[in-house]
Design a protein around this ligand. Structure first.
Ligand SMILES: [Fe+2]
Length: 465
C-alpha cells in the first residue's frame, strides 16, 4: 500500500528541553518522541556536573529529570541536586520529575516511575503553558519516524509499520509489516544493512507503540531502584570468585563489578518464582562449588568479550548481556554432580546409569522448558539454553558443531569449553603463559568453523600478550 504525504518543514524557533536520565534507551525514546511532538531541541545528560553546565549555558525551557539513579554504583538523588542548583542560581525553569519526589520549593511536577507518554506530554503542555493554537502548529506529521533499532526489542507489531520512499517532491509510505504480525529480526537487520534508519508509524498509533517500548525500560529502572540498596550491599565481594582466577582469564575489575550487579538483578527479578529462585540459590550459596565457579566465569567472560561481538550498544547490548547472565547460570541447572557438568559428548553418557544418562542427555531441553514457563525471563534465553551443546533440539551432544544455531549460543559453547579447560588447571599453573597458550590451542583444535574460531581469537587476545 502506498500513501503520499507532503514534506513537513519545522520552524527554527525551537523549544529547548533538557532530559536528565541515565537509562540510554528511555533517553532515546523520549528524545525522539518529544523532539517531534514539540518541535523541540533535546539536550540530554546524566552526570550532575554536566547537567548544571547545560542548564547554565543553554538555559532550557523545561527540565525532565529522573528522581534518582546509580552512577558507578552510587545512588545519586539527581532531582534533588538539580532543584538545589536551580534555587542557587535563582532559575524558575519548570521541572518534571520522573518518580516519587519532594522538594520544599520551586516549580516542579511529579510523574510516577512508570508513566505513560501521554501523561508526560500533558505535563509538558501544562508546565510550558502551551496554547491550543501553538499545539496545532506543532502537530505531528501523519507518519511518525521511529529509529529502526527499537524494533529489535519487539516480538509482535502492535501497529502497521511503514518505510518511507523519498521522491523529488513528496514522500511515499509503504506498509511493510502488518499489525499483529510477528517481527522477523533478520528482516529488520536487512533494512539496517541497507542503511534504513527509521520505520514509520501512523500518527494515531504512535503513542501506543512508544508506550509499549517505554514500559519495558521503565520497569527495569523501577526494579533496580527497588533493589538498589541490596544490590550495592551484595555487590561487595558476595558474588566474586578468586582474583587469581579472574586475572588468569583476563577479566577486568569493571567486568567483575558489572557481572556482580547483573547476577544480583537476575536473582532479585526471579524472587517471585520459587522454583527458579531456589535452584539459583543452590548455586549462588555454594561459592566453592565447581558449578558456581564455572558459571560465574562463563558469565564474566561473555561480558568481557561482548564489546567485540556485534551485539549492538547501549540498551540493546544490555539486553543481550542479561540473556548471557541467565544462560550462564541456568543452562545446567538440573545437573547436580560435578562429573555430569564435565560431559561434552554422547559417548561419555554410556558410562552412566540409565537415569543419570537420561538426565544428562535431556538437561538442556529440561532447563529450556523451565525458563520458558517463566515469562519474565529475557526473551529467547530458553532457545539459547536448548542449543548450549550445539543440538537445536536440546537433546544430546553434537558430533560436529554447526553454525546452524544462534550466534549467541555459539559464543557460549566456546566460552563454556574455555572455562572448563581453565578450571582443570591449578591456579599457579594458569600464571604460566605456556599453559594459557596450550588451552587456547586446544580450542583452536576443536573449533574450526569461522563463527566459533572468531570467539577463540577474542579469548586468546585477553590472555596471550
Ligand atoms: Fe550442559
Amino acid at each position: 500500500m502506498i500513501i503520499s504525504q507532503r514534506k513537513v518543514y519545522y520552524n527554527t524557533n525551537m523549544l529547548k528541553l533538557l532530559l536528565i536520565e541515565s537509562n540510554e534507551r528511555v533517553l532515546r525514546l523520549l528524545s525522539e518522541s518529544l523532539s517531534l511532538d514539540f518541535d523541540a531541541k533535546i539536550l540530554s545528560c546524566f552526570k550532575p556536573f554536566d547537567a548544571k553546565e547545560l542548564i547554565n549555558q543553554e538555559r532550557p525551557n523545561l527540565i525532565i529529570i529522573r528522581n534518582s539513579y546509580l552512577i558507578d554504583d552510587e545512588k545519586v538523588d539527581i532531582a534533588n541536586v538539580i532543584m538545589n542548583h536551580l534555587y542557587d542560581i535563582q532559575s524558575k525553569t519548570p521541572v518534571i520529575v520522573l518518580g516519587e519526589f519532594d522538594f520544599p520549593s520551586g516549580g516542579y511536577e511529579v510523574l510516577p516511575d512508570r508513566f505513560r507518554i501521554e501523561e508526560l506530554k500533558r505535563l509538558i503542555i501544562k508546565s510550558l503553558k502551551i496554547t491550543p493554537e501553538q499545539l496545532r502548529l506543532m502537530k505531528l506529521p501523519d507518519y511518525v519516524p521511529m529509529a529502526i533499532h527499537n524494533f529489535h526489542l519487539m516480538e509482535t507489531a502492535s501497529s502497521d509499520i511503514y518505510i518511507k520512499l523519498d521522491t523529488r517532491d513528496e514522500e511515499k509510505f509503504i506498509k511493510r509489516i502488518k499489525r499483529g504480525d510477528s517481527i522477523d529480526h533478520n528482516v529488520i537487520k536487512k533494512y539496517e544493512d541497507n542503511l534504513i534508519q527509521y520505520f514509520y508509524i501512523k500518527k494515531e498509533d504512535h503513542s501506543h507503540l512508544l508506550d509499549q517500548l517505554l514500559q519495558q525500560s521503565l520497569q527495569k529502572i523501577v526494579d533496580v531502584a527497588k533493589s538498589g540498596k541490596s544490590i550495592h550491599e551484595i555487590n561487595s565481594e558476595t558474588y566474586s570468585i578468586s582474583q587469581n582466577l579472574v586475572d588468569a582469564v583476563g577479566v577486568s575489575e569493571q567486568t567483575v563489578r558489572l557481572s556482580n550487579i547483573a547476577i544480583a538483578v537476575m536473582s532479585k527479578s526471579i524472587e517471585a518464582h520459587s522454583e527458579l529462585s531456589s535452584l539459583l540459590k543452590d548455586i549462588l550459596e555454594n561459592k566453592g562449588s565447581y558449578a558456581y565457579k564455572r558459571n560465574y566465569l562463563i558469565s564474566a567472560l561473555c561480558r568481557e568479550i561482548a564489546p567485540h561481538m556485534n551485539w549492538g550498544s547501549g540498551e540493546q547490548l544490555n539486553v543481550q548481556l542479561e540473556k548471557m547472565t541467565y544462560l550462564s547460570f541456568f543452562h545446567d541447572i538440573y545437573l547436580r554432580h560435578e562429573n555430569h557438568l564435565k560431559i561434552f559428548n554422547n559417548s561419555d553418557v554410556r558410562n552412566l546409569d540409565i537415569a543419570a544418562g537420561d538426565l544428562v542427555l535431556n538437561h538442556a531441553n529440561m532447563a529450556a522448558n523451565l525458563l520458558q514457563s517463566y515469562p519474565k525471563t529475557p526473551s529467547g534465553v530458553d532457545i539459547l539454553i536448548k542449543q548450549h551443546h550445539g543440538a537445536p533440539t536440546g537433546v544430546g551432544f553434537v558430533e560436529n558443531y554447526s553454525s546452524n544455531i544462534s550466534p549467541m549460543a555459539i559464543v557460549f559453547i566456546v566460552v563454556e569449553k574455555y572455562a572448563f579447560y581453565i578450571l582443570e588447571e591449578k591456579i599457579e599453573d594458569l600464571k604460566k603463559l605456556s599453559v594459557r597458550k596450550f588451552i587456547i590451542n586446544r580450542l583452536y583444535d576443536e573449533f574450526h568453523l569461522p563463527s566459533y574460531k572468531k570467539v577463540v581469537d577474542i579469548l586468546s587476545r585477553l590472555v596471550i600478550a
